[in-house]
Design a protein. Structure first.
Lengths: 150, 144
Protein backbone atom coordinates (compact mmCIF):
# COMPACT_ATOMS: atom_id res chain seq x y z
CA UNK A 1 0.00 0.00 0.00
CA UNK A 2 1.60 3.30 -1.01
CA UNK A 3 1.30 6.55 0.91
CA UNK A 4 -0.91 9.23 -0.57
CA UNK A 5 0.84 11.74 -2.82
CA UNK A 6 1.53 15.13 -1.24
CA UNK A 7 2.13 16.97 -4.53
CA UNK A 8 -0.78 19.10 -5.66
CA UNK A 9 -1.52 21.15 -8.78
CA UNK A 10 -1.40 24.25 -6.62
CA UNK A 11 2.15 23.40 -5.60
CA UNK A 12 3.14 22.66 -9.20
CA UNK A 13 2.01 26.15 -10.19
CA UNK A 14 4.76 27.53 -7.94
CA UNK A 15 7.47 26.26 -10.29
CA UNK A 16 9.11 29.28 -11.90
CA UNK A 17 7.86 31.76 -9.29
CA UNK A 18 10.57 34.23 -8.29
CA UNK A 19 11.11 35.96 -4.99
CA UNK A 20 11.80 39.68 -4.69
CA UNK A 21 15.39 40.54 -5.63
CA UNK A 22 17.58 40.88 -2.55
CA UNK A 23 20.34 43.47 -2.38
CA UNK A 24 23.28 42.64 -0.11
CA UNK A 25 26.25 44.88 0.56
CA UNK A 26 29.39 42.83 0.86
CA UNK A 27 31.46 44.33 3.65
CA UNK A 28 34.87 43.81 5.21
CA UNK A 29 33.30 42.99 8.58
CA UNK A 30 31.20 40.27 6.96
CA UNK A 31 34.30 38.86 5.27
CA UNK A 32 36.24 38.84 8.54
CA UNK A 33 33.43 37.07 10.43
CA UNK A 34 32.93 34.56 7.66
CA UNK A 35 36.60 33.62 7.41
CA UNK A 36 36.88 33.44 11.22
CA UNK A 37 33.84 31.13 11.38
CA UNK A 38 35.36 28.71 8.87
CA UNK A 39 38.76 28.95 10.51
CA UNK A 40 40.59 29.60 7.23
CA UNK A 41 43.96 31.35 7.79
CA UNK A 42 44.62 31.99 4.07
CA UNK A 43 45.95 35.58 3.83
CA UNK A 44 44.21 35.95 0.47
CA UNK A 45 40.95 36.57 2.39
CA UNK A 46 42.29 38.40 5.42
CA UNK A 47 45.60 40.19 4.76
CA UNK A 48 44.87 43.24 2.63
CA UNK A 49 48.53 44.03 1.90
CA UNK A 50 49.08 40.44 0.78
CA UNK A 51 45.91 40.41 -1.33
CA UNK A 52 46.85 43.67 -3.07
CA UNK A 53 49.90 41.93 -4.56
CA UNK A 54 47.81 39.16 -6.15
CA UNK A 55 45.88 39.31 -9.44
CA UNK A 56 42.81 40.37 -7.44
CA UNK A 57 44.44 43.59 -6.31
CA UNK A 58 42.75 43.39 -2.94
CA UNK A 59 40.62 41.31 -0.62
CA UNK A 60 38.01 38.94 -2.02
CA UNK A 61 35.49 36.60 -0.43
CA UNK A 62 36.08 32.84 -0.54
CA UNK A 63 33.52 31.48 -3.05
CA UNK A 64 31.92 29.48 -0.23
CA UNK A 65 30.29 32.76 0.92
CA UNK A 66 27.54 32.07 -1.59
CA UNK A 67 26.67 28.87 0.26
CA UNK A 68 25.83 30.96 3.33
CA UNK A 69 22.11 31.07 4.03
CA UNK A 70 22.04 34.88 4.10
CA UNK A 71 23.27 34.88 0.50
CA UNK A 72 20.53 32.68 -0.98
CA UNK A 73 18.23 35.58 -1.71
CA UNK A 74 14.49 35.83 -1.12
CA UNK A 75 13.02 32.41 -1.66
CA UNK A 76 9.42 32.70 -2.81
CA UNK A 77 7.13 31.71 0.09
CA UNK A 78 5.63 28.28 -0.48
CA UNK A 79 3.36 26.27 1.79
CA UNK A 80 4.29 22.62 1.83
CA UNK A 81 2.25 20.67 4.38
CA UNK A 82 5.13 18.53 5.62
CA UNK A 83 6.61 19.28 9.03
CA UNK A 84 10.35 18.75 8.66
CA UNK A 85 12.95 20.28 6.39
CA UNK A 86 16.53 19.52 5.43
CA UNK A 87 19.10 21.12 3.17
CA UNK A 88 19.96 18.78 0.31
CA UNK A 89 22.91 20.53 -1.29
CA UNK A 90 23.34 21.89 -4.78
CA UNK A 91 25.69 23.10 -7.46
CA UNK A 92 27.31 26.46 -7.91
CA UNK A 93 29.20 28.07 -10.77
CA UNK A 94 31.51 31.01 -10.03
CA UNK A 95 32.29 33.67 -12.61
CA UNK A 96 33.59 36.84 -10.96
CA UNK A 97 35.37 37.50 -7.66
CA UNK A 98 33.38 39.17 -4.89
CA UNK A 99 35.08 42.07 -3.14
CA UNK A 100 34.28 43.98 0.02
CA UNK A 101 32.47 47.08 -1.23
CA UNK A 102 30.52 45.15 -3.89
CA UNK A 103 26.75 45.30 -3.88
CA UNK A 104 25.18 42.03 -4.95
CA UNK A 105 21.64 41.67 -6.26
CA UNK A 106 20.34 38.17 -5.72
CA UNK A 107 17.44 36.72 -7.67
CA UNK A 108 16.03 33.39 -6.56
CA UNK A 109 13.20 31.40 -8.08
CA UNK A 110 11.67 27.99 -7.63
CA UNK A 111 13.32 25.87 -10.30
CA UNK A 112 11.42 22.64 -9.70
CA UNK A 113 9.29 20.72 -7.21
CA UNK A 114 9.61 16.94 -7.20
CA UNK A 115 7.91 14.38 -5.00
CA UNK A 116 10.08 11.43 -4.01
CA UNK A 117 9.83 8.49 -1.67
CA UNK A 118 12.60 8.60 0.92
CA UNK A 119 13.26 6.32 3.90
CA UNK A 120 11.23 8.62 6.17
CA UNK A 121 8.21 8.65 3.81
CA UNK A 122 7.01 11.01 1.09
CA UNK A 123 9.12 14.10 0.57
CA UNK A 124 8.96 17.11 -1.68
CA UNK A 125 12.27 18.27 -3.09
CA UNK A 126 12.38 22.02 -3.71
CA UNK A 127 14.91 23.27 -6.25
CA UNK A 128 15.95 26.92 -6.19
CA UNK A 129 17.72 28.64 -9.10
CA UNK A 130 19.72 31.66 -8.01
CA UNK A 131 21.66 34.33 -9.89
CA UNK A 132 24.04 36.76 -8.17
CA UNK A 133 24.96 39.99 -10.00
CA UNK A 134 27.26 42.76 -8.86
CA UNK A 135 26.89 46.53 -9.15
CA UNK A 136 28.54 46.43 -12.60
CA UNK A 137 25.79 44.15 -13.84
CA UNK A 138 28.18 41.18 -14.11
CA UNK A 139 26.89 37.73 -13.26
CA UNK A 140 29.05 36.78 -10.31
CA UNK A 141 27.64 33.27 -9.86
CA UNK A 142 24.67 30.99 -10.44
CA UNK A 143 23.37 28.01 -8.54
CA UNK A 144 20.74 25.31 -8.39
CA UNK A 145 20.30 24.17 -4.81
CA UNK A 146 17.75 21.92 -3.21
CA UNK A 147 16.13 21.14 0.09
CA UNK A 148 13.47 18.71 1.08
CA UNK A 149 10.35 18.79 3.20
CA UNK A 150 9.21 15.46 4.64
CA UNK B 1 50.99 31.11 1.52
CA UNK B 2 50.70 27.72 -0.25
CA UNK B 3 52.99 27.32 -3.26
CA UNK B 4 51.29 27.82 -6.59
CA UNK B 5 49.81 24.72 -8.20
CA UNK B 6 50.08 24.45 -11.99
CA UNK B 7 48.02 22.40 -14.43
CA UNK B 8 51.13 20.37 -15.28
CA UNK B 9 51.60 19.39 -11.60
CA UNK B 10 48.29 17.58 -11.51
CA UNK B 11 47.73 13.99 -12.63
CA UNK B 12 44.41 12.19 -12.85
CA UNK B 13 44.03 9.98 -9.80
CA UNK B 14 46.05 12.05 -7.36
CA UNK B 15 44.65 12.95 -3.97
CA UNK B 16 43.96 16.51 -2.90
CA UNK B 17 45.74 17.20 0.41
CA UNK B 18 43.33 16.33 3.23
CA UNK B 19 42.08 19.21 5.36
CA UNK B 20 41.07 18.14 8.87
CA UNK B 21 38.46 20.28 10.59
CA UNK B 22 37.17 19.92 14.13
CA UNK B 23 33.96 21.96 14.29
CA UNK B 24 33.12 22.70 17.89
CA UNK B 25 29.67 23.87 18.98
CA UNK B 26 31.25 27.30 19.43
CA UNK B 27 32.32 27.22 15.80
CA UNK B 28 28.75 26.34 14.82
CA UNK B 29 27.56 29.43 16.70
CA UNK B 30 30.16 31.56 14.85
CA UNK B 31 28.96 30.09 11.58
CA UNK B 32 25.32 30.74 12.47
CA UNK B 33 26.16 34.40 13.08
CA UNK B 34 28.42 34.77 10.06
CA UNK B 35 26.10 33.01 7.62
CA UNK B 36 22.67 33.90 8.94
CA UNK B 37 21.58 30.29 9.58
CA UNK B 38 19.87 30.29 12.97
CA UNK B 39 18.10 26.96 12.60
CA UNK B 40 18.10 25.56 16.13
CA UNK B 41 19.19 22.04 15.15
CA UNK B 42 22.70 23.48 14.94
CA UNK B 43 22.98 24.85 18.50
CA UNK B 44 19.98 23.79 20.64
CA UNK B 45 20.38 20.16 21.66
CA UNK B 46 16.82 19.72 22.99
CA UNK B 47 15.39 21.14 19.78
CA UNK B 48 17.58 18.91 17.64
CA UNK B 49 16.55 15.79 19.54
CA UNK B 50 12.87 16.78 19.37
CA UNK B 51 13.11 16.82 15.55
CA UNK B 52 14.40 13.25 15.63
CA UNK B 53 18.13 13.91 15.36
CA UNK B 54 20.74 12.32 17.62
CA UNK B 55 21.88 15.76 18.74
CA UNK B 56 23.23 19.03 17.37
CA UNK B 57 24.46 18.61 13.79
CA UNK B 58 26.94 20.59 11.72
CA UNK B 59 25.43 23.01 9.16
CA UNK B 60 25.58 21.55 5.66
CA UNK B 61 26.69 24.89 4.25
CA UNK B 62 29.63 24.99 6.68
CA UNK B 63 30.80 21.66 5.28
CA UNK B 64 30.69 23.23 1.82
CA UNK B 65 32.78 26.16 3.07
CA UNK B 66 35.27 23.64 4.51
CA UNK B 67 35.47 21.85 1.16
CA UNK B 68 36.09 25.19 -0.55
CA UNK B 69 38.93 25.83 1.91
CA UNK B 70 40.45 22.44 1.08
CA UNK B 71 40.42 23.43 -2.59
CA UNK B 72 41.69 27.00 -2.20
CA UNK B 73 44.47 25.78 0.14
CA UNK B 74 45.60 23.50 -2.70
CA UNK B 75 45.21 25.63 -5.82
CA UNK B 76 47.12 28.74 -4.67
CA UNK B 77 46.35 32.40 -5.37
CA UNK B 78 46.38 31.97 -9.16
CA UNK B 79 43.94 29.05 -9.15
CA UNK B 80 40.19 29.45 -9.23
CA UNK B 81 37.23 27.38 -8.12
CA UNK B 82 34.95 27.40 -11.18
CA UNK B 83 32.24 24.95 -10.16
CA UNK B 84 31.23 23.13 -7.02
CA UNK B 85 28.52 20.58 -6.34
CA UNK B 86 27.74 18.91 -3.04
CA UNK B 87 24.99 16.66 -1.67
CA UNK B 88 24.21 16.27 2.01
CA UNK B 89 23.99 12.53 2.48
CA UNK B 90 24.80 12.19 6.16
CA UNK B 91 24.68 14.15 9.36
CA UNK B 92 27.86 15.21 11.08
CA UNK B 93 28.12 15.73 14.81
CA UNK B 94 30.29 18.52 16.23
CA UNK B 95 33.45 18.08 18.29
CA UNK B 96 34.86 15.23 16.20
CA UNK B 97 37.38 15.33 13.36
CA UNK B 98 35.90 15.97 9.93
CA UNK B 99 38.22 15.14 7.05
CA UNK B 100 37.82 17.09 3.83
CA UNK B 101 39.19 15.01 1.00
CA UNK B 102 39.31 14.86 -2.76
CA UNK B 103 40.70 13.13 -5.79
CA UNK B 104 41.41 14.36 -9.33
CA UNK B 105 39.14 12.65 -11.86
CA UNK B 106 39.87 14.52 -15.09
CA UNK B 107 41.90 17.31 -16.60
CA UNK B 108 41.37 19.10 -19.90
CA UNK B 109 41.75 22.44 -21.63
CA UNK B 110 38.46 24.08 -22.58
CA UNK B 111 37.96 27.56 -24.05
CA UNK B 112 41.53 28.39 -23.13
CA UNK B 113 41.06 27.40 -19.49
CA UNK B 114 43.16 24.63 -17.95
CA UNK B 115 40.51 22.73 -15.99
CA UNK B 116 40.90 20.05 -13.35
CA UNK B 117 37.88 18.06 -12.23
CA UNK B 118 37.74 16.46 -8.81
CA UNK B 119 35.62 14.32 -6.63
CA UNK B 120 35.40 15.90 -3.16
CA UNK B 121 33.83 14.85 0.12
CA UNK B 122 33.68 15.28 3.87
CA UNK B 123 34.37 12.13 5.84
CA UNK B 124 33.34 11.37 9.41
CA UNK B 125 35.51 9.45 11.93
CA UNK B 126 33.83 6.18 10.84
CA UNK B 127 34.99 6.79 7.27
CA UNK B 128 31.52 7.62 5.94
CA UNK B 129 31.29 10.20 3.15
CA UNK B 130 28.73 12.59 4.58
CA UNK B 131 28.87 15.33 1.94
CA UNK B 132 30.09 13.98 -1.39
CA UNK B 133 30.47 16.27 -4.36
CA UNK B 134 32.52 17.46 -7.29
CA UNK B 135 34.53 20.53 -8.19
CA UNK B 136 36.01 22.06 -11.32
CA UNK B 137 39.17 24.09 -10.80
CA UNK B 138 40.99 26.37 -13.23
CA UNK B 139 44.76 26.40 -12.84
CA UNK B 140 47.55 28.45 -14.38
CA UNK B 141 49.74 26.64 -16.86
CA UNK B 142 53.51 26.76 -17.13
CA UNK B 143 53.05 26.43 -20.88
CA UNK B 144 51.93 30.04 -21.27
Amino acid sequence: MSEASVMTDELRKQIGVAGEPLVVEMEKGMLRKFVDAIGDPNPLWSDEEYAKKTKYGGLTFPPGILAAIMMVGNRPPIEIPLPRGLDGGGEWEFFEPIRPGDTLTIECKIGDLVERQISMGKAIFIYHDTVWKNQKGQVVATSRTYGLKY
Amino acid sequence: MAKQLYYEDVEVGIDIPTLVKHPTTQQLVKWAGASGDYYQIHYDKDFAIATGLDGIIVHGRLKIAFLVQMLTDWIGDEGKVKKLACQHRGMDLPAVDMKCKGKVTNKHVKDGEHCVECEIWTENPEGRKTAPGTATLVLPSRGK
